[in-house]
Design a protein around this ligand. Structure first.
Ligand SMILES: CC(=O)N[C@H]1[C@@H](OP(=O)(O)OP(=O)(O)OC[C@H]2O[C@@H](n3ccc(=O)[nH]c3=O)[C@H](O)[C@@H]2O)O[C@H](CO)[C@@H](O)[C@@H]1O
Length: 354
């Protein structure tokens, strides 16, 4: 029996980085996969024990140069040596990463050993780490075509962003007590919730419910007022796992504009009101939202300009408008349903041709 191909996946921090990587890992069940992450981040909860997790300390670069930068550079150099040792001793044949801080030592260590590196960037505006280190990769797969123009001289390929397998099976049942045939609004704010959006939404919920809608509000676990509104047609949860079931059932979503959330909205054809997180690095969520608004798949508002009357009335008018169906159609048109399969095939091609 031949020994399985060994792949190191470097993905860390948020659902937006981890879910696409997990979706690709699922497609490589014949591979021996190990995971590179950071201590105390979401990967310690989300990565299944089938993928041994190696945690190393790395941080992001601050805007200004100073003593902090010196510490981070020292940490990065140490991390590169740690990953290099791991790759060498473990006889890994390639690295797949979904970007962020963890990808810097992974890319540099793999490059120094001449291993194939497949990088996935899900955002329309690639992150700083991607822009800096992607030139050392074999290929950069992009979640939105718009990203290519920010990566001049880099070999990019448009694959979309992989979604969890729950999004690829039709008719995922929803275990929440929502009556059939009522309009359902789903509110979520990325994998950590969005306190500012939560507050605005709670102010609008009574009038949406009066109009016959039901609301499922995923608040995240950091909102001190999460339980403050009690209403029959209003369900609140800190986090919900069955996003496929929920988004398939939803008539409208109100969401941040993280790449994984947007991809799921496209795959499920869910019309959305997007409120990009205003403090996201380099305002990248605004670039993501732009892909959806220009395709006619969503409406977007800056958080600073969105008031209670505006959000309240927008939702009410959308719920009774044929625009909702049109947006759903446009969302489906931009979905790449087989992104995980495409990425897995790319990984196989680059690793196995060596
Ligand atoms: C604040 C910030 O900078 N966020 C970034 C972060 O992703 P972040 O994780 O914040 O946001 P994303 O929208 O990309 O992903 C959220 C994920 O969490 C899931 N979810 C959410 C709530 C819930 O109750 N259950 C659940 O499963 C969503 O379905 C989605 O899969 O990395 C992404 C990829 O680089 C970026 O595009 C985001 O802009």
């Amino acid at each position: 029996m031949s020994t399985p191909t060994k792949l190191l996946i470097a993905a860390s921090g948020t659902g937006g980085h981890l879910f696409p990587a997990l979706a690709v890992a699922e497609q490589l069940s014949d591979y021996q996969i190990e995971w590179l992450g950071v201590p105390n981040r979401l990967e310690t909860q989300l990565v299944p024990s089938a993928y041994p997790l190696h945690a190393i300390a790395v941080e992001g670069f601050q805007q200004r140069l100073g003593l902090g930068t010196f510490k981070i550079v020292t940490q990065l150099v140490g991390a590169i040596f740690q990953v290099r040792k791991l790759l060498k001793q473990g006889n890994f044949q390639g690295v797949f990463t979904t970007g962020g801080y963890i990808s810097a030592p992974a890319v540099l260590a793999a490059r120094s050993l001449g291993l194939p590196i497949i990088f996935h960037e899900s955002n329309a505006l690639p992150g700083k780490v991607t822009r800096t280190f992607s030139r050392f990769c074999s290929v950069v797969a992009i979640g939105f075509e718009a990203a290519a123009k920010y990566l001049p001289g880099v070999k990019t390929i448009y694959t979309g962003t992989p979604v969890r397998s729950q999004f690829r099976s039709s008719n995922v049942p929803l275990e929440l007590p929502i009556p059939a045939n009522v309009p359902l609004i789903v509110v979520f704010g990325g994998s950590q919730g969005a306190v500012a959006v939560n507050k605005l939404v709670r102010e609008c919920v009574p009038s949406w419910c009066d109009a016959g809608a039901w609301v499922v509000h995923l608040t995240g676990d950091k909102d001190p007022d999460a339980g403050s509104l009690q209403q029959e047609q209003y369900l609140t949860l800190p986090f919900y796992d069955n996003m496929a079931g929920l988004l398939n059932r939803a008539n409208l979503a109100i969401s941040r504009a993280g790449a994984a959330s947007l991809t799921e909205l496209a795959v499920t054809g869910t019309p959305a009101i997007l409120i990009p997180y205003p403090f996201a690095a380099e305002d990248h969520q605004a670039y993501n939202a732009e892909v959806f608004t220009s395709a006619g798949a969503a409406l977007a508002f800056k958080q600073s300009e969105l008031t209670k009357p505006l959000l309240e009335s927008k939702v009410l008018s959308l719920l009774n408008s044929p625009q909702l169906e049109e947006m759903a159609k446009k969302a489906k048109e931009i979905a790449v349903v087989d992104s995980a399969e495409q990425l897995a095939a790319l990984i196989r091609k680059l690793i196995e041709r060596r």
